[in-house]
Ligand binder design. Sequence first.
Ligand code: FES
Length: 489
Amino acid sequence: MAKLLSVSRAARLAGVSRGELQKRIREEKVETFEGELTVELLLQLYPHIDLDADPMLEKVRAIRSEAKPKSHYSDGWMPDPEILMKRLKEFQHVLVQTKSALNASDALLQETLTELQTALQRDDEAMREAVLAATSHLTRAMQRAERAEDASAALFAKDMLLKIVSASVRLLPSGHEFFLEGSESILDAGLRAGLYIDYGCSSGNCGACKCRVVSGAVRKLRNHDYVLSAKEQEQGYILACSNTAISDLVVEASEAGVEEELPQQTIRAVVKKIEPLDDELALLQVQTPRTQSLRFKAGQQLKLTMENGATINLCIASCPCDGRNLQFIVARREGEPFSDALFSGKLQRQTLLLEGPSGGFLLQEESSLPAIFLAAGTGFAPIKSLVEQAIAIDNAEGLHLIQPGGNPKGSHLDNLCRSWNDSLDNFLYTAPPRDSTYDELLDLLAEATAALDQYIAYIAGPTEWLDRLLHKAQQRGMDIHAWHVQAVD
Ligand code: FES
């Protein structure tokens, strides 16, 4: 049986997104084997794979270094020396097996050649000619084999090399697959890939991330307070937040489904930073305690309560992959207690009570259709979260973000949007003037979707802006049924 590659691994070897590879498979009508494809098929789709580069890794690294909050994403994309040695040992094991198989077939060929040469000594002329032809054919084939560097062997070598830097993890029963870079924990890698794996504290205290290793080897990253019974350990149970992968893994783990609601949580968090975006908007960053991360889905909201009891509902502007460092976009609103406290500097270092999550403005994760995002003002909060999730799961054929006015030059959000645009082949960022009319924005939307048979649009902005945009779209006869909308004030 030919070696099969999962779509994630094949996409990574070819240096394209999963969405792009899935589109190619559909367009070329190639036959896959229960979602997996052969090395030969991959080479047929991408004959010019760059065997020396791993563009996906480069892209991820570029986005991380330019835009991700440094507190969560360390620069340690390389495994620590101990893990590296263990992976190299695995690599050595595979090489030994491969070389042994080659030696055995080499010896077999040599033996066959000797037998044939012995047969040549016989007197039978017809037999002599047949053997002579077979011998020279075999000799030429062996010479060719010595010189050849066939593409599938080179792809095999590249796959092995990538496995040294990153192990792949497949979750059961969902079949979701993700890569674990450097020495990060299985939980962190799964969250970074946009999965809603069950967890609580992310620090080894609560046991909510308990999962069972079905195959592969893991290594503990730290000692944890949560105690696994001897029986559980014997059965292969580990804590995903406290272990990393040494080799490719298959793990039984609980995940929240797309439709499933996450538990309601109440967490106290500290205001870490307030960054003005312009005269009217500010980016608020809060951090939960080390032992309590918030579980939420991209696009959801939270209720925030200040120390004086004033409350506000805000859309979360950050990625669900980091449940400790949460971002929100707050609009200046005179007389509104939360906004007044924030813009007057009184919110600095306050402790906020977070309650939630709530809201159903969610990413259609199973869809690989191109996604268009349109965000105005505070609507950029849920849209940013959705875009980060869409990038993490890497499922959509293309992503196009339209943001009237863009973000202030040099701000964290400006850097982020630029790094998405520059680093991802399937991402486009457009920032028309802030005072673009509804017609101009709808023209942009029509232009962005003109060549698409199907697409999904996510639109968020202040209630009045959104109502007028939808009204105008209906007047123009645009089909707004594929649009997911969220009013954000
Ligand atoms: S998330 Fe709490 S122990 Fe892993």
